[in-house]
Design a protein around this ligand. Structure first.
Ligand SMILES: [Zn+2]
Length: 454
Protein backbone atom coordinates (compact mmCIF):
# COMPACT_ATOMS: atom_id res chain seq x y z
CA UNK A 1 0.00 0.00 0.00
CA UNK A 2 1.24 3.45 -0.87
CA UNK A 3 -0.02 6.77 0.38
CA UNK A 4 -2.24 8.58 -2.07
CA UNK A 5 -0.47 11.93 -2.65
CA UNK A 6 -3.74 13.76 -3.29
CA UNK A 7 -6.08 12.52 -0.61
CA UNK A 8 -3.51 11.28 1.89
CA UNK A 9 -5.31 7.97 2.13
CA UNK A 10 -3.61 4.62 1.81
CA UNK A 11 -5.97 3.24 -0.78
CA UNK A 12 -4.86 1.93 -4.12
CA UNK A 13 -7.85 1.64 -6.40
CA UNK A 14 -8.27 -1.37 -8.65
CA UNK A 15 -8.97 -0.69 -12.32
CA UNK A 16 -8.72 -2.61 -15.56
CA UNK A 17 -6.47 -0.90 -18.09
CA UNK A 18 -3.81 1.78 -17.78
CA UNK A 19 -2.57 3.47 -20.95
CA UNK A 20 0.60 5.51 -20.53
CA UNK A 21 1.00 8.00 -23.35
CA UNK A 22 3.50 10.69 -24.28
CA UNK A 23 0.63 13.10 -24.96
CA UNK A 24 -3.06 13.14 -24.05
CA UNK A 25 -5.46 15.58 -25.74
CA UNK A 26 -8.69 15.33 -23.72
CA UNK A 27 -10.60 17.92 -25.89
CA UNK A 28 -12.44 18.89 -22.69
CA UNK A 29 -11.14 21.01 -21.08
CA UNK A 30 -10.40 22.78 -24.36
CA UNK A 31 -6.91 23.85 -25.36
CA UNK A 32 -5.11 21.35 -23.14
CA UNK A 33 -2.28 19.01 -24.15
CA UNK A 34 -1.15 16.79 -21.27
CA UNK A 35 2.32 15.23 -21.33
CA UNK A 36 3.31 11.91 -19.74
CA UNK A 37 -0.20 11.20 -18.55
CA UNK A 38 -2.05 7.93 -18.06
CA UNK A 39 -5.65 7.17 -18.90
CA UNK A 40 -7.16 4.67 -16.47
CA UNK A 41 -10.11 2.54 -17.62
CA UNK A 42 -12.42 0.72 -15.28
CA UNK A 43 -14.96 -1.57 -17.00
CA UNK A 44 -16.28 0.51 -19.92
CA UNK A 45 -15.55 3.98 -18.50
CA UNK A 46 -12.67 6.41 -18.02
CA UNK A 47 -11.77 6.26 -14.31
CA UNK A 48 -8.98 8.86 -14.35
CA UNK A 49 -6.69 11.00 -16.51
CA UNK A 50 -3.64 11.61 -14.32
CA UNK A 51 0.12 12.15 -14.50
CA UNK A 52 1.89 8.79 -14.81
CA UNK A 53 3.73 9.18 -11.50
CA UNK A 54 0.39 9.76 -9.79
CA UNK A 55 -1.12 6.73 -11.48
CA UNK A 56 1.70 4.63 -9.94
CA UNK A 57 0.50 5.44 -6.43
CA UNK A 58 -3.24 5.51 -6.98
CA UNK A 59 -4.19 2.66 -9.31
CA UNK A 60 -3.55 -1.01 -9.67
CA UNK A 61 -4.58 -2.26 -13.10
CA UNK A 62 -4.64 -5.74 -14.58
CA UNK A 63 -3.19 -4.46 -17.85
CA UNK A 64 -0.75 -1.64 -18.59
CA UNK A 65 0.08 -0.40 -22.05
CA UNK A 66 3.01 1.91 -22.76
CA UNK A 67 2.66 4.20 -25.76
CA UNK A 68 5.78 6.35 -25.37
CA UNK A 69 5.51 8.14 -28.73
CA UNK A 70 1.74 8.23 -29.14
CA UNK A 71 -0.95 10.76 -28.52
CA UNK A 72 -4.28 9.68 -27.04
CA UNK A 73 -7.43 11.49 -28.04
CA UNK A 74 -11.14 10.73 -27.92
CA UNK A 75 -12.41 8.51 -30.72
CA UNK A 76 -13.41 10.46 -33.83
CA UNK A 77 -17.11 10.81 -34.64
CA UNK A 78 -18.06 10.52 -38.29
CA UNK A 79 -21.36 12.36 -38.34
CA UNK A 80 -22.61 11.48 -41.82
CA UNK A 81 -22.39 8.54 -44.14
CA UNK A 82 -24.09 5.65 -45.86
CA UNK A 83 -21.84 2.84 -44.65
CA UNK A 84 -23.05 0.08 -46.95
CA UNK A 85 -22.26 2.26 -50.00
CA UNK A 86 -18.61 1.36 -49.45
CA UNK A 87 -19.55 -1.54 -51.76
CA UNK A 88 -20.04 1.10 -54.52
CA UNK A 89 -16.71 2.83 -53.88
CA UNK A 90 -15.43 4.20 -57.20
CA UNK A 91 -18.48 2.98 -59.16
CA UNK A 92 -19.19 6.41 -60.67
CA UNK A 93 -17.02 9.51 -60.27
CA UNK A 94 -16.54 12.99 -61.72
CA UNK A 95 -20.27 13.74 -61.98
CA UNK A 96 -22.57 16.38 -60.47
CA UNK A 97 -24.93 15.24 -57.67
CA UNK A 98 -28.19 14.77 -59.58
CA UNK A 99 -26.57 12.98 -62.57
CA UNK A 100 -24.60 10.83 -60.16
CA UNK A 101 -27.76 9.94 -58.20
CA UNK A 102 -30.26 9.59 -61.07
CA UNK A 103 -28.10 7.81 -63.63
CA UNK A 104 -25.75 5.76 -61.46
CA UNK A 105 -26.35 5.42 -57.72
CA UNK A 106 -30.14 5.00 -57.62
CA UNK A 107 -30.19 2.46 -60.50
CA UNK A 108 -27.28 0.57 -58.87
CA UNK A 109 -29.14 0.53 -55.57
CA UNK A 110 -32.33 -0.72 -57.26
CA UNK A 111 -30.36 -3.53 -58.88
CA UNK A 112 -27.99 -4.63 -56.12
CA UNK A 113 -28.99 -3.54 -52.62
CA UNK A 114 -30.32 -6.29 -50.37
CA UNK A 115 -29.69 -7.45 -46.81
CA UNK A 116 -26.47 -9.26 -47.69
CA UNK A 117 -25.11 -6.25 -49.62
CA UNK A 118 -25.79 -4.03 -46.60
CA UNK A 119 -24.15 -6.50 -44.21
CA UNK A 120 -20.98 -6.74 -46.34
CA UNK A 121 -20.80 -3.02 -47.12
CA UNK A 122 -21.43 -1.91 -43.54
CA UNK A 123 -18.79 -4.27 -42.18
CA UNK A 124 -16.30 -3.00 -44.80
CA UNK A 125 -17.08 0.59 -43.78
CA UNK A 126 -16.74 -0.13 -40.06
CA UNK A 127 -13.42 -1.90 -40.62
CA UNK A 128 -12.15 1.17 -42.49
CA UNK A 129 -13.53 3.55 -39.87
CA UNK A 130 -11.91 1.68 -36.98
CA UNK A 131 -8.54 1.74 -38.78
CA UNK A 132 -9.06 5.47 -39.20
CA UNK A 133 -9.65 6.21 -35.52
CA UNK A 134 -13.42 6.54 -35.74
CA UNK A 135 -15.35 5.11 -32.78
CA UNK A 136 -18.84 6.47 -33.53
CA UNK A 137 -20.60 6.90 -36.86
CA UNK A 138 -23.93 8.30 -37.92
CA UNK A 139 -25.54 6.39 -40.76
CA UNK A 140 -28.42 6.66 -43.22
CA UNK A 141 -29.23 3.67 -45.40
CA UNK A 142 -31.68 0.94 -46.33
CA UNK A 143 -31.87 -2.09 -43.99
CA UNK A 144 -30.97 -0.11 -40.84
CA UNK A 145 -31.73 -3.33 -38.94
CA UNK A 146 -28.73 -4.94 -40.65
CA UNK A 147 -26.41 -1.91 -40.14
CA UNK A 148 -27.33 -1.84 -36.46
CA UNK A 149 -26.71 -5.56 -36.07
CA UNK A 150 -23.30 -5.41 -37.80
CA UNK A 151 -22.19 -2.41 -35.69
CA UNK A 152 -23.34 -4.06 -32.46
CA UNK A 153 -21.62 -7.36 -33.37
CA UNK A 154 -18.32 -5.60 -34.11
CA UNK A 155 -18.56 -3.40 -31.01
CA UNK A 156 -18.81 -0.06 -32.84
CA UNK A 157 -20.84 2.87 -31.51
CA UNK A 158 -23.42 4.12 -34.02
CA UNK A 159 -26.42 6.32 -34.58
CA UNK A 160 -28.38 4.32 -37.13
CA UNK A 161 -30.68 6.35 -39.34
CA UNK A 162 -34.22 5.09 -39.96
CA UNK A 163 -34.41 6.06 -43.60
CA UNK A 164 -37.50 7.52 -45.24
CA UNK A 165 -37.86 8.43 -48.91
CA UNK A 166 -40.98 8.97 -51.05
CA UNK A 167 -40.25 6.28 -53.63
CA UNK A 168 -40.42 2.50 -53.14
CA UNK A 169 -37.15 0.66 -52.59
CA UNK A 170 -36.11 -2.84 -51.66
CA UNK A 171 -36.45 -1.77 -47.98
CA UNK A 172 -40.01 -0.37 -48.07
CA UNK A 173 -42.82 0.57 -50.45
CA UNK A 174 -44.63 3.45 -48.76
CA UNK A 175 -43.94 6.09 -46.13
CA UNK A 176 -46.07 4.05 -43.69
CA UNK A 177 -43.89 1.01 -44.28
CA UNK A 178 -40.64 3.02 -43.96
CA UNK A 179 -41.85 4.44 -40.65
CA UNK A 180 -43.20 1.10 -39.32
CA UNK A 181 -40.03 -0.78 -40.17
CA UNK A 182 -37.94 2.06 -38.73
CA UNK A 183 -39.91 1.95 -35.48
CA UNK A 184 -39.29 -1.78 -35.22
CA UNK A 185 -35.53 -1.09 -35.39
CA UNK A 186 -35.93 1.66 -32.77
CA UNK A 187 -37.77 -0.79 -30.48
CA UNK A 188 -35.16 -3.48 -30.92
CA UNK A 189 -32.22 -1.23 -29.97
CA UNK A 190 -33.90 0.94 -27.34
CA UNK A 191 -31.50 1.16 -24.38
CA UNK A 192 -28.66 -0.63 -26.25
CA UNK A 193 -25.15 0.25 -25.00
CA UNK A 194 -23.73 1.09 -28.43
CA UNK A 195 -26.60 1.58 -30.86
CA UNK A 196 -28.85 4.58 -30.97
CA UNK A 197 -31.42 5.27 -33.70
CA UNK A 198 -32.50 8.50 -35.39
CA UNK A 199 -35.07 9.35 -38.02
CA UNK A 200 -33.36 9.90 -41.37
CA UNK A 201 -35.66 11.44 -43.97
CA UNK A 202 -33.44 11.53 -47.06
CA UNK A 203 -33.81 15.17 -48.20
CA UNK A 204 -36.43 17.89 -48.68
CA UNK A 205 -36.70 17.05 -52.40
CA UNK A 206 -37.36 13.34 -51.78
CA UNK A 207 -39.72 13.41 -48.78
CA UNK A 208 -43.14 15.10 -48.85
CA UNK A 209 -44.88 17.06 -46.11
CA UNK A 210 -47.13 14.38 -44.60
CA UNK A 211 -44.42 11.89 -43.65
CA UNK A 212 -42.25 14.78 -42.39
CA UNK A 213 -45.08 15.88 -40.09
CA UNK A 214 -45.38 12.33 -38.81
CA UNK A 215 -41.66 12.21 -38.15
CA UNK A 216 -41.81 15.50 -36.26
CA UNK A 217 -44.49 14.09 -33.95
CA UNK A 218 -42.75 10.74 -33.47
CA UNK A 219 -39.33 12.34 -32.92
CA UNK A 220 -40.81 14.40 -30.07
CA UNK A 221 -42.63 11.42 -28.57
CA UNK A 222 -39.67 9.04 -28.74
CA UNK A 223 -36.96 11.70 -28.18
CA UNK A 224 -35.18 10.77 -31.40
CA UNK A 225 -32.90 12.96 -33.49
CA UNK A 226 -33.66 13.80 -37.12
CA UNK A 227 -30.80 13.42 -39.61
CA UNK A 228 -31.36 14.87 -43.10
CA UNK A 229 -29.48 16.13 -46.19
CA UNK A 230 -30.51 19.80 -46.53
CA UNK A 231 -29.44 22.50 -49.01
CA UNK A 232 -26.75 20.25 -50.47
CA UNK A 233 -26.65 22.08 -53.80
CA UNK A 234 -27.77 25.38 -55.35
CA UNK A 235 -29.95 23.34 -57.72
CA UNK A 236 -31.86 21.81 -54.79
CA UNK A 237 -32.75 25.28 -53.55
CA UNK A 238 -33.54 26.90 -56.92
CA UNK A 239 -35.63 23.91 -58.01
CA UNK A 240 -37.68 24.09 -54.79
CA UNK A 241 -38.17 27.84 -55.24
CA UNK A 242 -39.26 27.29 -58.87
CA UNK A 243 -41.76 24.56 -57.92
CA UNK A 244 -43.09 25.79 -54.59
CA UNK A 245 -41.93 29.39 -54.21
CA UNK A 246 -40.17 28.40 -51.02
CA UNK A 247 -36.59 27.51 -50.02
CA UNK A 248 -36.35 24.02 -48.45
CA UNK A 249 -35.19 25.28 -45.04
CA UNK A 250 -38.21 27.62 -44.81
CA UNK A 251 -40.48 24.67 -45.57
CA UNK A 252 -38.82 22.50 -42.92
CA UNK A 253 -39.18 25.37 -40.46
CA UNK A 254 -42.91 25.57 -41.19
CA UNK A 255 -43.13 21.82 -40.59
CA UNK A 256 -41.54 22.31 -37.17
CA UNK A 257 -38.37 20.37 -37.96
CA UNK A 258 -35.84 23.04 -36.93
CA UNK A 259 -35.15 21.98 -33.34
CA UNK A 260 -32.09 20.94 -31.26
CA UNK A 261 -32.70 17.37 -32.45
CA UNK A 262 -32.07 18.26 -36.12
CA UNK A 263 -28.76 17.26 -37.74
CA UNK A 264 -28.75 19.25 -40.99
CA UNK A 265 -26.25 17.66 -43.35
CA UNK A 266 -24.32 19.69 -46.00
CA UNK A 267 -25.92 23.17 -45.83
CA UNK A 268 -23.85 24.65 -48.64
CA UNK A 269 -26.51 27.26 -49.49
CA UNK A 270 -27.32 29.61 -46.63
CA UNK A 271 -28.64 33.14 -46.44
CA UNK A 272 -27.81 35.28 -43.40
CA UNK A 273 -31.38 35.00 -42.11
CA UNK A 274 -31.22 31.22 -42.46
CA UNK A 275 -28.10 31.14 -40.29
CA UNK A 276 -30.00 33.22 -37.69
CA UNK A 277 -32.91 30.79 -37.92
CA UNK A 278 -30.64 27.76 -37.43
CA UNK A 279 -28.88 29.43 -34.49
CA UNK A 280 -32.17 30.32 -32.80
CA UNK A 281 -33.47 26.76 -33.29
CA UNK A 282 -30.43 25.05 -31.77
CA UNK A 283 -30.14 22.77 -34.82
CA UNK A 284 -26.78 21.18 -35.65
CA UNK A 285 -24.95 21.36 -38.98
CA UNK A 286 -22.94 18.43 -40.35
CA UNK A 287 -20.14 19.54 -42.67
CA UNK A 288 -18.94 17.07 -45.33
CA UNK A 289 -16.28 19.08 -47.17
CA UNK A 290 -14.80 16.33 -49.37
CA UNK A 291 -18.14 15.07 -50.69
CA UNK A 292 -19.20 18.69 -51.30
CA UNK A 293 -15.97 19.37 -53.21
CA UNK A 294 -16.04 16.12 -55.22
CA UNK A 295 -19.64 16.60 -56.38
CA UNK A 296 -19.01 20.36 -56.79
CA UNK A 297 -22.02 20.89 -54.54
CA UNK A 298 -20.86 24.03 -52.79
CA UNK A 299 -19.17 25.16 -49.58
CA UNK A 300 -20.75 25.09 -46.14
CA UNK A 301 -19.91 28.46 -44.50
CA UNK A 302 -18.63 26.96 -41.25
CA UNK A 303 -16.99 30.16 -40.01
CA UNK A 304 -20.26 32.05 -40.16
CA UNK A 305 -22.11 29.14 -38.55
CA UNK A 306 -19.61 28.78 -35.70
CA UNK A 307 -19.57 32.55 -35.16
CA UNK A 308 -23.36 32.44 -34.86
CA UNK A 309 -23.00 29.83 -32.10
CA UNK A 310 -24.19 26.88 -34.19
CA UNK A 311 -22.71 23.48 -33.39
CA UNK A 312 -20.86 22.19 -36.49
CA UNK A 313 -19.67 18.58 -36.69
CA UNK A 314 -17.82 16.67 -39.43
CA UNK A 315 -18.76 13.76 -41.67
CA UNK A 316 -17.22 12.01 -44.65
CA UNK A 317 -20.46 11.09 -46.46
CA UNK A 318 -20.24 7.73 -48.20
CA UNK A 319 -17.34 6.06 -49.95
CA UNK A 320 -19.25 6.56 -53.19
CA UNK A 321 -18.84 10.34 -53.05
CA UNK A 322 -15.58 10.83 -51.14
CA UNK A 323 -14.17 8.00 -51.78
CA UNK A 324 -12.98 7.11 -48.29
CA UNK A 325 -14.12 7.32 -44.68
CA UNK A 326 -10.94 9.03 -43.50
CA UNK A 327 -11.72 11.57 -40.77
CA UNK A 328 -8.06 12.72 -40.75
CA UNK A 329 -8.41 13.67 -44.42
CA UNK A 330 -11.76 15.27 -43.65
CA UNK A 331 -10.30 17.38 -40.83
CA UNK A 332 -7.54 18.65 -43.10
CA UNK A 333 -9.98 19.37 -45.93
CA UNK A 334 -12.31 21.22 -43.55
CA UNK A 335 -9.47 23.44 -42.33
CA UNK A 336 -8.10 24.14 -45.82
CA UNK A 337 -11.50 24.76 -47.41
CA UNK A 338 -12.50 27.19 -44.65
CA UNK A 339 -9.30 29.15 -45.21
CA UNK A 340 -9.37 29.38 -49.00
CA UNK A 341 -13.11 30.04 -49.20
CA UNK A 342 -12.79 33.03 -46.87
CA UNK A 343 -9.25 34.00 -47.94
CA UNK A 344 -8.46 33.98 -44.22
CA UNK A 345 -5.64 31.71 -43.02
CA UNK A 346 -6.82 32.04 -39.41
CA UNK A 347 -10.20 30.44 -40.25
CA UNK A 348 -10.93 26.96 -38.79
CA UNK A 349 -7.78 26.58 -36.69
CA UNK A 350 -6.61 23.04 -35.88
CA UNK A 351 -8.11 22.95 -32.40
CA UNK A 352 -11.54 23.97 -33.66
CA UNK A 353 -11.42 21.34 -36.40
CA UNK A 354 -10.44 18.65 -33.88
CA UNK A 355 -13.42 19.67 -31.75
CA UNK A 356 -15.66 19.37 -34.81
CA UNK A 357 -14.45 15.78 -35.29
CA UNK A 358 -15.00 14.82 -31.63
CA UNK A 359 -17.04 16.69 -29.03
CA UNK A 360 -19.16 18.61 -31.57
CA UNK A 361 -20.24 15.29 -33.12
CA UNK A 362 -21.15 14.02 -29.65
CA UNK A 363 -23.21 17.19 -29.08
CA UNK A 364 -25.05 16.76 -32.37
CA UNK A 365 -25.95 13.22 -31.30
CA UNK A 366 -26.98 14.34 -27.81
CA UNK A 367 -24.22 12.02 -26.55
CA UNK A 368 -21.76 14.56 -25.15
CA UNK A 369 -22.40 13.19 -21.67
CA UNK A 370 -20.99 9.80 -22.67
CA UNK A 371 -18.38 10.32 -25.41
CA UNK A 372 -16.48 12.97 -27.44
CA UNK A 373 -13.80 13.78 -24.85
CA UNK A 374 -11.48 12.00 -22.41
CA UNK A 375 -13.21 12.88 -19.15
CA UNK A 376 -13.80 10.82 -16.04
CA UNK A 377 -17.13 9.00 -16.19
CA UNK A 378 -17.43 8.98 -19.99
CA UNK A 379 -17.15 5.77 -22.00
CA UNK A 380 -13.55 4.89 -22.78
CA UNK A 381 -13.77 5.66 -26.54
CA UNK A 382 -10.07 6.30 -27.17
CA UNK A 383 -7.68 6.46 -30.12
CA UNK A 384 -3.87 6.30 -30.13
CA UNK A 385 -1.94 8.00 -32.94
CA UNK A 386 1.78 7.37 -33.48
CA UNK A 387 4.04 10.43 -33.84
CA UNK A 388 7.20 8.32 -33.98
CA UNK A 389 7.37 8.21 -37.78
CA UNK A 390 9.51 9.93 -40.37
CA UNK A 391 6.43 11.85 -41.53
CA UNK A 392 5.59 13.04 -38.01
CA UNK A 393 8.85 14.38 -36.54
CA UNK A 394 9.62 16.79 -35.07
CA UNK A 395 6.61 17.44 -32.84
CA UNK A 396 6.07 20.99 -31.58
CA UNK A 397 2.28 21.08 -31.44
CA UNK A 398 0.37 17.76 -31.21
CA UNK A 399 -2.96 19.39 -32.09
CA UNK A 400 -1.55 20.90 -35.27
CA UNK A 401 0.01 17.52 -36.08
CA UNK A 402 -3.29 15.64 -35.87
CA UNK A 403 -4.99 18.01 -38.32
CA UNK A 404 -2.20 18.97 -40.71
CA UNK A 405 0.36 16.18 -40.56
CA UNK A 406 -0.92 12.83 -39.31
CA UNK A 407 -2.65 10.37 -41.58
CA UNK A 408 -5.07 7.63 -40.64
CA UNK A 409 -2.25 5.14 -41.20
CA UNK A 410 -0.71 6.49 -38.00
CA UNK A 411 -3.67 5.31 -35.90
CA UNK A 412 -2.35 2.33 -33.93
CA UNK A 413 -4.97 1.41 -31.31
CA UNK A 414 -8.66 2.02 -30.73
CA UNK A 415 -10.88 1.33 -27.72
CA UNK A 416 -14.66 1.61 -27.66
CA UNK A 417 -16.36 1.47 -24.26
CA UNK A 418 -13.12 0.17 -22.77
CA UNK A 419 -12.78 -2.73 -25.22
CA UNK A 420 -9.84 -2.73 -27.60
CA UNK A 421 -11.11 -2.98 -31.17
CA UNK A 422 -7.82 -2.21 -32.98
CA UNK A 423 -4.43 -3.38 -31.72
CA UNK A 424 -1.38 -2.15 -33.57
CA UNK A 425 -3.59 -1.62 -36.65
CA UNK A 426 -5.08 -5.12 -36.52
CA UNK A 427 -8.86 -5.40 -36.13
CA UNK A 428 -9.86 -7.54 -33.17
CA UNK A 429 -13.50 -8.27 -33.97
CA UNK A 430 -13.37 -8.51 -37.77
CA UNK A 431 -11.63 -11.23 -39.81
CA UNK A 432 -9.92 -8.98 -42.37
CA UNK A 433 -9.15 -11.73 -44.88
CA UNK A 434 -12.69 -13.06 -44.87
CA UNK A 435 -14.10 -9.53 -45.14
CA UNK A 436 -11.88 -8.76 -48.12
CA UNK A 437 -12.83 -12.00 -49.86
CA UNK A 438 -16.57 -11.50 -49.24
CA UNK A 439 -16.45 -7.92 -50.58
CA UNK A 440 -14.36 -8.84 -53.61
CA UNK A 441 -16.76 -11.67 -54.47
CA UNK A 442 -19.72 -9.30 -54.16
CA UNK A 443 -18.04 -6.66 -56.32
CA UNK A 444 -17.23 -9.25 -59.04
CA UNK A 445 -20.91 -10.06 -59.18
CA UNK A 446 -21.78 -6.33 -59.43
CA UNK A 447 -19.25 -5.88 -62.26
CA UNK A 448 -20.68 -8.83 -64.17
CA UNK A 449 -24.31 -7.79 -63.84
CA UNK A 450 -24.11 -4.00 -63.98
CA UNK A 451 -25.52 -2.45 -67.12
CA UNK A 452 -25.24 1.25 -68.00
CA UNK A 453 -24.44 2.40 -64.50
CA UNK A 454 -20.66 2.28 -64.42
ZN1 LIG B 1 -25.16 11.66 -47.70
Amino acid sequence: MTADPLSGTNTIVAADIRINARWVIPIEPAGVVLEHYAVIIRADRIAAVVPQHEADTRFHTRETLDLPQQVLLPGLINMHGHAAMSMFRGLADDLPLMTWLNDHIWPAEAQFVNAEFVADGTKLAIAEMLRTGTTTFSDMYFFPDISARVAADVGMRASVGLILIDFPTVWANSSEEYIDKGLAVFDKYKGHDLIKTAFAPHAPYTVSDEPLKQIRTLADELELNVHMHIHETAFEVSDAVKNTGQRPLARLNELGLLTPSLQAVHMTQLLDEEIDLLAASGSHVIHCPESNMKLASGICPINRLLSAGINVALGTDSSSSNNDLDMFGEMRSAAMLAKISTMDATAAPAEQVLQMATINGARALGMDDITGSLEVGKFADIVAVNFDTIESIPVYDPVSHLVYCSSRDHVTDVWIAGKQRLTDRVLNTIDENKLKQDCLNASESIKNKATNIM
